[in-house]
Design a protein around this ligand. Structure first.
Ligand code: AMZ
Length: 257
């Protein structure tokens, strides 16, 4: 593996922080039943459809200058089919705009990861970080840490898996440490109980993960206003993935400093 855990803290810190210049705000396109949606607290029955076609959602954010899109196949995460065709079309559009795409949801085998990584820049791994860490390590070894992102989605401090239907016994901070030791260099941390609620950010859990993971850390949700983005930035995060607040227009996009 190219990132031994014995690497001195100072080197890891330098390498990990600020390498991509500034705090990133990444629009999220969640896909369920072929539509671009947002769920409330990840509950598939509490769905708001924002665009009937994910490509239209992508066109909107790319048209506003997005350099990166975070795309989730919710049906695949929930084990209820998939939206591969629609997401491939969205990825093709992003490529035309020179924008980077990361895809998560149902990436739980080498074959699925290989298929996505032939089409998009990065995959996002959730469930397998808990159930199959050896797969995470082999993907990092095969593709390099810049193409493998791990999503730590927590409910009351414990990691939620399989479409957030199950809550594992593993603590978010413990998983963050384990992933760093495996060579993972970017995490997305999501507070499941705030996702899609426009309640605003609870700084404590994310600050604990910040302390546990000395590399690139992105907040996966919970943003309601520009003040939440400022708070994440002050906590030392490298960016935030924003869904409902962007679709509802409660945060500015693009964000100017
Ligand atoms: O909203 C949900 N119920 C949900 C969701 N957004 N469930 C999973 N996910 C996302 C995770 C991560 O990006 O945030 O799916 C990905 C993980 O999927 P998997 O299949 O690897 O656990």
């Amino acid at each position: 593996m190219s990132w031994p855990s014995e690497m001195p803290e100072s080197v890891r810190g330098t390498r990990a922080r600020g390498t991509e210049g500034g705090f990133a705000v990444v629009p999220c396109v969640d896909v369920q039943g072929g539509c671009a949606v947002r769920l409330t607290e990840g509950d598939p029955t509490r769905e708001t459809v924002y665009y009937p076609d994910p490509v239209a959602a992508g066109r909107h954010w790319l048209g506003l200058g997005a350099r990166e899109l975070h795309v989730v196949d919710l049906d695949a995460a929930l084990g209820a089919g998939d939206n591969r065709g629609a997401i491939e079309a969205l990825a093709a559009l992003a490529a035309e705009h020179g924008a980077r795409v990361e895809v998560g949801g149902g990436v739980r085998s080498l074959e699925v990861a290989d298929a996505w990584l032939a089409r998009v820049q990065r995959v996002v791994l959730g469930t397998v970080a808990v159930t199959d860490p050896a797969l995470v390590a082999s993907l990092v070894a095969r593709y390099g840490p810049e193409r493998i992102v791990v999503s730590v989605d927590a409910r009351d401090g414990r990691v939620a898996v399989r479409g957030w239907v199950e809550t594992s016994a593993v603590e978010a901070t413990e998983l963050a440490r384990r992933m760093a030791a495996l060579g993972v260099r970017e995490l997305i941390y999501t507070d499941v109980s705030r996702d899609g609620t426009l309640q605003g950010v609870d700084p404590e859990p994310v600050a604990r993960v910040r302390a546990a993971f000395p590399h690139r850390l992105i907040a996966g949700g919970g943003v309601a206003t520009d003040a939440d983005l400022d708070l994440y930035e002050r906590l030392g995060l490298d960016g935030a993935i924003v869904g409902r607040a962007l679709y509802e227009g409660t945060v500015r996009y693009p964000r100017t400093a």
